[in-house]
Design a protein around this ligand. Structure first.
Ligand SMILES: NC(=O)c1ccc[n+]([C@@H]2O[C@H](COP(=O)([O-])OP(=O)(O)OC[C@H]3O[C@@H](n4cnc5c(N)ncnc54)[C@H](OP(=O)(O)O)[C@@H]3O)[C@@H](O)[C@H]2O)c1
Length: 272
């Protein structure tokens, strides 16, 4: 099923202006899917749309939208399903983290993160899930993180939010399976994208070279899992083994490992 032909289907990819989202859009277009690509940066989306139309002869609609607002999920739904454009595949990929101690974080930024990574993702799953259920078919992929497995100092709200995404996705996958809608969570480990730059985290070169995965490979793993009836997938063998081993450790030690592996935030005023 991994290389199924998606000609005639329409996929909506959030956060398609860079990284894993851009890779999802490119892979889906490569299989013949028409696309709706959403993010804030119009220029990047327009450039990707031009490339995908040229290389794959698919229809691509650009929606420049800030998905960290309370009304954005309703707007995105109105501009697609509401405008008669049925979405067969939803990739809830947009997200960001901030590498900082919790109390040092700007509260407005924390709220934006919770809205984007949790609330908007949930509302899009609700709205498009209803439309897909009514048609008796559809696919939804929610992007979590290996942070879903580890409470993580310096990424406290981000990692906890990804744990929500994983649990929420698996529960909804169970509910929607009898309705013909497949729902899956992709939990990437370190992936070469703009994520860490946006988060303000310096990743050592050796770690990027040895432990990070190209965005395209991560997207391929997510799509294979989604079309293969999986409900959760961790990207990469090393990450899979690591997440499996965590279940044998005391929870306090997992938090310690999380803190050690993330390092100290660049902008820290003090070390608590
Ligand atoms: N890279 C990793 O190591 C890693 C690991 C685990 C999980 N993840 C997850 O993978 C997903 C994709 O991240 P990435 O690694 O590809 O990072 P990225 O290159 O920074 O891409 C993030 C995408 O999200 C979009 N986005 C951010 N804020 C948005 C907003 N307010 N409204 C709409 N779109 C917004 C960005 O577009 P605009 O800036 O144009 O809005 C961009 O397209 C995220 O959910 C992230 O948590 C990444």
């Amino acid at each position: 099923m991994a290389s199924r032909d998606l000609t005639g289907k329409t996929a909506l990819v959030t956060g398609a202006s860079s990284g894993i989202g851009r890779a999802f859009a490119t892979r889906l277009a490569g299989r013949g899917a028409n696309l709706v690509i959403a993010a804030r940066r119009q220029t990047e989306l327009d450039a990707l749309a031009t490339e995908l139309r040229r290389d794959h002869q698919v229809e691509v609609t650009v929606v420049a939208i800030d998905l960290a607002t309370a009304t954005s999920a309703a707007e995105l739904f109105a501009r697609t399903e509401g405008a008669g454009r049925a979405i067969d595949i939803l990739i809830n990929n947009a997200g960001f983290g901030t590498h900082q101690y919790f109390l040092e974080q700007d509260w407005a930024k924390v709220l934006q993160q919770l809205q984007l990574n949790i609330v908007t993702l949930t509302e899009l799953t609700h709205r498009f899930g209803q439309a897909m259920s009514a048609r008796g078919r559809g696919h939804i992929l929610n992007v979590g993180s290996i942070g879903a497995y580890t409470p993580c100092p310096t990424y406290a709200t981000y990692a906890a939010g990804k744990a929500y995404v994983r649990d929420f996705t698996e529960a909804v996958a169970h509910e929607l399976a009898p309705k013909g809608v497949r729902v899956c969570c992709l939990c990437p480990g370190g992936t070469i994208t703009e994520f860490h730059q946006v988060a303000g985290q310096t990743v050592p070169g050796w770690m990027r070279a040895m432990a990070f995965m190209p965005a395209d490979r991560c997207a391929a793993i997510g799509l294979r899992a989604l079309f293969g009836w999986r409900r959760n997938v961790v990207s990469g063998v090393g990450n899979k083994v690591g997440m499996f081993m965590l279940r044998f450790l005391p929870r306090r030690m997992i938090v310690w490992i999380g803190a050690k592996s993330m390092g100290q935030p660049r902008l820290a005023a003090q070390n608590p």
